[in-house]
Design a protein around this ligand. Sequence first.
Ligand code: KIV
Ligand code: NA
Length: 266
Amino acid sequence: MKSTADLISMKNNDRIVMVTAYDYPSAKLAEQADVDVILVGDSLGMVVLGYESPVQVTLDDMIHHAKAARRGAGDTFIVVDMPFGSHHTDVNEGIKNGIRLYQNSDANMIKMEGADSFDVIRGLVKAGVPVCGHLGLTPQHFGITGFKMQAGDAEQAEQLLQDAKALEAAGASMMVLEAIPMDLAKKVTESVSIPTIGIGAGIHTDGQVLVYHDLLQYGSDRLPKFVKPYADINSVAVEGLTNYRNEVKSRMFPTEETTYKKRVYE
Ligand code: KIV
Ligand code: NA
């Protein structure tokens, strides 16, 4: 099992490969592909629960999915998302929720969106919980920002750079940079000593993350600009399901080979 320190030391000598997974089979396949980190992201709200955004996802949902992923992940390092609203009502509540998620999910690190919860991060790190930040496009704020590139002017870019430094100072061990200009992601990556993991942030981050169902085209049909599809599960699955349907209709399935032959009536 990699440790948080192992991931930090990869910053200067290896690329960190992260992919989301939300259950036993997806985590098992990610583990077989030898990725460095599995992210049980609240994107599960959209890609496996069918919501329009991550807003409806709860702390219990995250624990449920992370535990399933853990059972498939072998000893792959797992990061799990703090869901919408779970660290915004009050610092102690945020720390309690973070501890609850870490303790009950069997994940190795928790991830928190935004630059407004530094006290929560400090409290969690003090308690022994490794924390990953997440700046740029933060989908839990989609009602305000929409799903589009962030920090597109010099002033917003400077703010994000300061936020990244503050995240590191608060004790974060890693950060995701989502949908920001490539030169800003490069600047941030050079300005902090913890790894940056990009999604829609160009080539200069220390690692990359993509959503499982997007990169494998599994149930998702509308891919964001920054996704490269590496497989097409949609067409393989629909073909298999259609063949199954047709064979049942035409009585070609089941056959003798798939039927128990023991007789119980004379
Ligand atoms: O929820 C998620 O999948 C994420 C990644 C896109 C970084 O937060
Ligand atoms: Na997320």
